[in-house]
Design a binder for this molecule. Structure first.
Ligand SMILES: [Zn+2]
Length: 98
């Protein structure tokens, strides 16, 4: 396990703490409303205290509203969805290395 030095606060209780990579993976489900209340709260809590993740979350929210605006149909085209998913995966890799 690597040291998490981004925040200023102590990160001792890693058991209850949501991982950045986990949070970013779930942000997509979170945005889709696929998470239960417990997990929603976990992601929300992580976004509250983790700047980089919040930034990505904002990006995803913007992306999603853009899709909704540019696409009349309710579902995003498969290609666009894949693009977003790969973008998120790339972000996760960056976070893991950072
Ligand atoms: Zn984070």
């Amino acid at each position: 396990m690597k040291d998490h030095t981004t925040g200023g606060q102590g990160a001792s209780d890693s058991a209850t703490r949501t991982d950045c990579s986990e949070a970013l993976l779930r942000v997509y489900e979170y945005l889709d409303g696929e998470l239960g209340p417990d997990e929603c709260a976990k992601i929300q809590a992580h976004l509250d205290e983790c700047g980089p993740c919040l930034k990505e979350y904002d990006l995803d929210t913007t992306l999603k509203s853009l899709i909704k605006r540019s696409c009349e149909c309710e579902q995003a085209p498969e290609a666009l969805r894949l693009t977003i998913m790969s973008r998120i995966s790339m972000t996760v890799i960056q976070v893991d290395r950072g």
